[in-house]
Design a protein around this ligand. Structure first.
Ligand SMILES: Nc1ncnc2c1ncn2[C@@H]1O[C@H](COP(=O)(O)OP(=O)(O)OP(=O)(O)O)[C@@H](O)[C@H]1O
Ligand SMILES: [Mg+2]
Length: 270
């Protein structure tokens, strides 16, 4: 496991809008053997904004999330997060820096209760100091544990999972499992949240609920990058949208600019 590298890095270059990007991708390419999944992708995400990532099946959206979150390494290019070059930082290191994600197929610990799913997502910072250190630290540790339980309860209430808190996550319907995955992702208060098709398989009411939660996260200053096939949802939710096609950025702009872009209409929106 590599250590997060946040030192000795020059400050991020401000974007054209004057805001320093929270996430800055520069010339990212990714090859899987003979498959060129991403080519020369550059993208900036400003703090506290919702950024859509759309494009046809196989365009490279999930691969880009894998590169951003450090699950896979880019063949070329750099990933900067919070002003630091994190290109060679592990996915765990990037999570510690405040980056979280959810998956196209919701991932939860199916045999654990909802509450324990969320609790295990909170990083444990105690321990490791030997028996004497443990004894001295016990009161602090109990206070920390109470704090952790309080934070989990707060997040479960926020996403409407209180009634399911003792239920095994795997026995819940998909909509609730997606909420459990979201709760796990936000419990440590990330600065950047990557959501891969969060409303896939949800009904209209569940999608609306998800939209409210994303809006509330933005209100708390969390930036969100959203992969989504529901064009209406993306247009309503996003401050900016990037369109990927065959692994390259076809267009990037506000929802109105994307809707008016002829190349995007031809390739994706129809
Ligand atoms: N591990 C892998 N090995 C080989 N090829 C891969 C791998 N992962 C992705 N690909 C290929 O990379 C390309 C982009 O796939 P990716 O899953 O990123 O697309 P996507 O935009 O997320 O598609 P979808 O909308 O269907 O989820 C596809 O051609 C895919 O087959
Ligand atoms: Mg995908």
């Amino acid at each position: 496991m590599s250590t997060p590298t946040t030192t000795a890095e020059p400050a991020a270059v401000p974007s054209a809008t004057g805001t320093t990007p929270l996430l800055a991708l520069t010339a990212i390419s990714k090859r899987f053997g003979g498959v060129q999944a991403l080519t020369d992708v550059s993208l900036n995400v400003a703090p506290g904004t919702v950024h859509g990532l759309i494009g046809p099946n196989g365009a490279g959206k999930t691969t880009l999330f894998d590169v951003i979150s450090g699950i896979t390494s880019a063949s070329d290019g750099t990933v900067r997060f919070g002003g630091a070059d994190v290109t060679s930082v592990s996915s765990t290191g990037r999570a510690r820096l405040g980056m979280r994600r959810t998956f196209q197929r919701a991932q939860v610990f199916s045999w654990l209760s909802v509450e324990d799913n969320v609790l295990t997502a909170l990083e444990w910072r105690g321990g490791g100091g030997g028996v004497l250190a443990d004894l001295i630290a016990a009161p602090t540790r109990r206070a920390l544990e109470r704090g952790r339980r309080d934070r989990v309860a707060e997040v479960l209430a926020w996403c409407g999972l209180v009634e399911h808190r003792s239920t095994a996550a795997g026995s819940l319907p998909l909509g609730a499992q997606r909420l459990v995955e979201l709760a796990r992702a936000v419990v440590d208060r990330p600065r950047l949240l990557l959501l891969d098709e969060p409303t896939s398989g949800l009904d209209a009411a569940e999608s609306t609920r998800f939209a409210e939660l994303i809006t509330s996260l933005r209100g708390e200053g969390c930036a969100v990058v959203l992969v989504e096939h529901d064009a209406g949802f993306v247009m309503r939710m996003c401050d900016r949208i990037a369109v990927l096609d065959l692994g390259s950025v076809l267009a990037e702009g506000t929802p109105a600019e994307i809707q008016a872009d002829q190349a995007v209409r031809d390739a994706y929106l129809g």
